[in-house]
Design a protein around this ligand. Sequence first.
Ligand code: UD1
Ligand code: CA
Length: 455
Amino acid sequence: MLNIIILAAGLGKRMQSDLPKVLHSIAGQPMLSHVLDAARALSPDRVIVVVGHGADRVRQAYAGQDLEFVLQQPQQGTGHAVMQALPELLEGDADDTCLVLYGDVPLVQADTLRALLRARGNGLALLTETLDDPSGYGRIVRDDQGRVARIVEHKDASPAEQAITEVNTGILAAPTADLRRWLGRIDNRNAQGEYYLTDIVGLAVQDGVSVAHAQPAAHWETLGVNSRVQQAQLERIWQGEQARRLLEQGVTLADPARFDLRGVLSCGRDVFIDVGCVFEGTVHLADGVRIGPHCVIRDARIGAGTVLDAYTHIEGAQVADAARIGPYARLRPGADIGPEAHVGNFVELKKTRLGRGSKANHLAYLGDAVIGDRVNIGAGTITCNYDGVNKFQTVIEDDAFIGSDTQLVAPVRVGHGATLGAGTTLTRDAPPDELTLSRARQQSVPGWKRPVRKG
Ligand code: UD1
Ligand code: CA
């Protein structure tokens, strides 16, 4: 049995926020979600989150997920926090293990946790690090044979102990039965008047239980967030790491320092992404896609060889192969762009299918429409899809030509090969292959003179 206990009861005073600390985001996801991702990658039997400050909001944020919460009220230290979770755990088999993680240490990676669990053997295992500046951390005190003897918290440490640079990251794994026994024996007679989880290390040594340790694969994995400054630093570290992973997969980033991913991005071969783009939700870019600068793309699939020019905004849409979108295009939910189609500047599509090779190159709103292949949508075309109460559909069949500044008052249909004259307000269906136009006849007044100034 593997139980994962995530401590998330702390106040987070330095965040200066009404939001519980663990709900503050890194890369668009609450910090606690990052920890849960790492936890779940280990296929644990139980995940128990210890909540305290803002407990209800944390519970709400994860309602319906395969998770348990226990309340720690008041917060009397990390040992006290773990104690609140233990009654939830039935005594399992001999290798029943608890892994303790922290809701405000969001970047720990599953591989590091696996290494810690492997190092544990039958005993206790600590995730430790050696730091140039160890101040604030609990120090790993070793005996004269170099074996771990105990952990001393910074505030309780002697000057000699404060000189130790090997520190406790806080993350540890222990046999559940031992953990229960040790936590029953710790007290709060220390500088902070708290029940320290770290006191179990000395007790393990007394009981002759082995104390192993492992190091995180990357230093940033164990950085915690106590302030907005640290949150911003971790955000940059994590964005840099995501960028590095994409580069290693063969994606070209014009500048890895100007790339933001708040979700999951999968890419085919030879994808190019220019500076300042933001990807959110789940985005797939197929082979050879090129993304211009400053695009925002959320929950989208972009087909092979398609080019998105600068400042394109896409949400909940898909684009087929070899299309050309932007600059300054907006694809809203339900936009479905066919192969080799063009969507140009200041064109907005919502719940609209644009067929193969069709073009809407300038200044248009196309909503609730089904547009066939090889259709030309002139500049200034608008589907009037909404009467203030209901929405209606526009259908434009293959090879139609919609003149500039046309309004299509839905529901309405433009037949195959039809042409609409510029400025048409279409209120009835346009027959196939004919020219339809609604326009006051142009006239000129012969002999007309401009007025002249009197006096
Ligand atoms: C803890 C460790 C220290 C380690 C450091 C790494 C202890 C006694 N000390 O110290 O050895 O070097 O982390 O950052 O464990 N929490 C609760 N309930 C509580 C107290 C804390 O849920 O009653 C949570 C906090 O929200 C936080 C985490 O536990 O996520 C750590 O608590 P914190 O008070 O920051 O511990 P440190 O003093 O940093
Ligand atoms: Ca801390």
